[in-house]
Write a protein that binds this ligand. Structure first.
Ligand code: PEP
Length: 261
């Protein structure tokens, strides 16, 4: 399916890196490297740790930067006795627009189930933000030929009871777990195959029109050296970048992929 009508979205997931001083420096450097044309061509979302959000939000507002503020996680309740957690409602008050949900590190390390992921998606959308929903298979699942079962199963659960409009506004990130932070990347063809299966499944769950508008990302060791090939695939509308987003110069080159062959 052609991606001509879907604006590319490039997201930097800093994970638990950069304190708020480093965050400010990093965003300032990135702002210096990116041009008006870059922001016209791609949406750039930045997902710092919670403790950096206020500083980055203030910088974006004060300097009228075009970055879109994102978070990495949220709690599904608006408030309550959940020590250490941060609600989607609080994030919305900080002008956060995108929230990553179902990242494999949350699912695998913190035991987040598909049901929990679904309740977080509901909370994110209730607070008028966009979820970036991560799905992906482990190496063992891939080797056992279970990639599609796993990925499409996670997708079906995430989209359960969501309206056409709600599905249309989501971002789905296909992140094979074996490719995250390992330096191994799915080949662009491989990523395209799984991502096009995700789009077909969305068409079945919702409609062809919704499936053709929803933006789908690839994530897993994306770098400036492999971004162009990944973005040349017809169903890939963007990337979710971990390690390489910590280096502003590298991340800027990723955002400017269209300027290189
Ligand atoms: C991620 O954190 O979602 C990710 C894809 O990480 P990396 O780019 O480092 O593989």
């Amino acid at each position: 399916m052609s991606n001509e009508t879907r604006k590319p979205i490039i997201s930097g997931n800093w994970k638990m890196n950069h304190n708020h001083f480093e965050a400010i420096q990093s965003v300032q450097k990135l702002a210096y490297l990116l041009t008006k044309d870059d922001f016209a061509a791609v949406d750039v979302t930045i997902h710092p740790p919670f403790t950096d959000l206020r500083s980055v939000q203030t910088l974006i507002d004060a300097d009228e930067l075009k970055f879109i503020l994102g978070a990495q996680h949220c709690h599904e309740s608006d408030s309550g006795a959940f020590t250490g957690e941060v609600s989607a409602a609080f994030l919305a008050k900080l002008n956060v627009n995108y929230v990553i949900v179902g990242h494999s590190e949350r699912r695998e390390i913190f035991g987040e189930t598909s049901e929990l992921v679904q309740s977080k998606i509901v909370a994110i959308q209730k607070n008028k933000m966009t979820p970036i929903i991560c799905v992906g298979e482990t190496l063992a699942e891939r080797e056992a030929g279970k990639t599609y079962d796993k990925v499409l199963g996670q997708l079906r659960s995430a989209l359960e009871k969501r309206s056409h409009e709600q599905i249309k506004s989501m971002v789905i990130a296909y992140e094979p777990i074996w490719a995250i932070g390992t330096g191994k990347t799915a080949t662009a063809d491989d990523a395209q195959r799984v991502i096009s299966a995700i789009r077909e499944e969305i068409a079945k769950i919702s409609s062809a029109t919704v499936a053709s508008s929803v933006r789908l990302q690839y994530g897993g060791s994306v770098k400036a050296s492999n971004i162009s090939e990944i973005m040349s695939q017809p169903d890939i509308d963007g990337v979710l970048v971990g390690g390489a987003s910590l280096d502003s110069a590298e991340f800027a080159r990723i955002c400017q992929y269209r300027l290189r062959p």
